[in-house]
Write a protein that binds this ligand. Structure first.
Ligand code: AHR
Length: 496
């Protein structure tokens, strides 16, 4: 091998907690995400609970899904929530103008979504319509979901069969307002944001609202600067940020049959997340040194060409070991910035973009991305352990990227966990980890790897890539040694 990489992981009682909401998910009315994805309807032969597939519910419970963002995305700023309540057969239809121009029959609406979140034990995160909605409709939605009794919206909710409010905490105020949300300037949106946030105070539970301003994309630091400068702290809890690993919007490359050149470019785009998060946080610190406003990366993931023969507006793509690399490295970035990054939502959960779950008829498969989320559950709400090291390089065509990414945490029960990703497509890397101030005697490991970077699970071979036990490490006198195989994700946790 190349040289051994020395890593230190140290105890720090003052380090922040890694919010479990960093491990959030996203379900938009897009392609086969909701319809023919989550939702098959309660008359389907596919086992379901209130129309939602029970195999999907089970799979998401197993990764301890902390929150689910809905109904968009771009769809959110076209969505009229009142069309999605009441008797299903009476609901008006609409055109899903962003995604394939298909008819949305509104059969999956607010009740379906919020009941699903209850079933999952996940916090709902509703992205409200700002772009084509009204302040009143938005305020009514908050009342409908959160007001206990005695208001017109609480009455309507009860008439529709739900007595108790759901007490929705997470609210996105529009989505991508610089683009599909209305092509606004940051200055214009900051004013609109304040208007919407002001009238969301209609509910008795208002003090529990967590309002997320639609954020910048990538390196648009001006957007964050304007929001931080213009919006008073009393009206905002978090600022959003979106970043997709796309190599070129006009030629996104295939999801499975890609070259190492494309792989390298995808990883380069994905790893830019570190720089973006760091610099947006710097802007936020200028206006909020007290660290009261959070950064919510409420859309992220790999974005490729759709699978051949599928609707281009449906964004259906396969998911390979490249996606496992993107997921593992990105989640490490969020963990290491957990001082300010308190929420993130991978795009998207089922059948869209970097999905955790793919379905075909009654079949369902779990993707390599899903397995990474499963391995990383050890970090949910655990205290960050700071990590220091210089990564070896992954070199391709004379360009280089850091090959290794690491994050670590200590759970409330005292278990130390370390997640390591080696994105190098060809080389294994030897690492030695010094555990400073951590009394760790025994660890157990898991690994996600495969023979080829393009490998993926299919409906015919659903378990080609699964989590395996990893025993190939040694732990002596607080020093862990191991060899990380090419393009692998390893998670180690201490045991008593
Ligand atoms: O996730 C797909 C789309 O990507 C979302 O609807 C939009 O917010 C983003 O541009």
């Amino acid at each position: 091998f190349a040289q051994e990489t020395k890593i230190t992981v140290r105890e720090d009682q003052n380090a922040p907690k890694i919010s479990k909401h960093i491990y959030g998910h996203f379900a938009e009315h897009l392609g086969r995400s909701i319809y023919d994805g989550f939702y098959v309807g309660d008359t389907s032969a596919i086992p379901n609970k209130e129309g939602v597939r029970t195999d999907i519910i089970q799979a998401l419970k197993e990764i301890q899904i902390p929150n689910l963002r809905w109904p968009g995305g771009c769809f959110a700023d076209t969505y009229q929530w009142k069309d999605g309540i009441g008797p299903q057969e009476e609901r008006p239809t609409m055109v899903n103008s962003w995604w394939g121009g298909v008819t949305e029959d509104n059969s999956f609406g607010t009740h379906n979504f919020l009941n699903l979140c209850e079933e999952l034990g996940a916090e709902p995160f509703i992205s409200g319509n700002v772009g084509s909605g009204t302040v009143k409709d938005f305020a009514d939605w908050v009342q409908y979901t959160n007001h206990p009794a005695g208001s017109p919206m609480a009455k309507l909710r009860k008439e529709n069969g739900r007595e108790e409010p759901w007490n929705v905490k997470f609210w996105g105020i529009g989505n991508e307002m610089w683009g599909c949300g209305g092509n606004m300037t940051a200055e214009y949106y900051a004013n609109i944001y304040k208007q919407y946030a002001t009238f969301m105070n209609a509910s008795e539970n208002n003090e529990n609202l967590y309002r997320i301003a639609a954020g910048a994309t990538g390196d648009d630091y001006h957007w964050t600067e304007v929001l931080m400068r213009e919006v008073p702290k009393s009206l905002i809890e978090a600022v959003g940020l979106h970043h997709y690993a796309v190599i070129d919007w006009k030629a996104k490359g295939p999801s499975t049959n890609y070259t190492e050149d494309i792989y390298f470019k995808s990883m380069k785009e994905a790893l830019k997340m570190d720089e973006f998060v760091t610099k947006h946080i710097e802007v936020m610190e200028k206006y909020d040194p007290e660290n009261e406003i959070d950064l919510a990366v409420d859309e992220w993931g790999g974005w490729y060409e759709v699978e051949e023969g599928t609707n281009p507006g449906f964004l259906y793509q396969q998911n390979t070991m490249r996606d496992a690399m993107i997921a593992g490295a990105t989640l490490n970035i969020f963990n290491n910035h957990s001082e300010r990054v308190k929420m993130a939502n991978i795009a998207q959960t089922v059948n869209v973009l970097q999905a955790q779950i793919l379905t075909e008829g009654e079949k369902m498969i779990l993707t390599p991305t899903y397995h990474v989320f499963k391995m990383y559950t050890v970090h949910h709400d655990a205290r960050l352990l700071p990590v220091a090291f210089d990564s070896p390089n992954y070199i391709f065509n004379g360009e280089s990227l850091p090959a290794i990414s690491v994050s670590a945490s200590k759970s409330e029960t005292g278990s130390t966990s370390i997640s390591l990703v080696n994105i190098d497509a060809k080389k294994e890397h030897k690492v030695e980890i010094e555990l400073e101030g951590l009394d760790v005697k025994k660890m157990q490991g898991q690994i996600l790897r495969s023979g080829k970077i393009q490998d993926h699970n299919t409906f015919d071979d659903p378990d080609k890539i699964t989590i395996k036990d990893f025993k190939d490490f040694s732990l002596k006198n607080g020093k862990l040694s191991m060899v990380l195989p090419p393009f692998s994700v390893v998670v180690l946790s201490s045991k008593k």
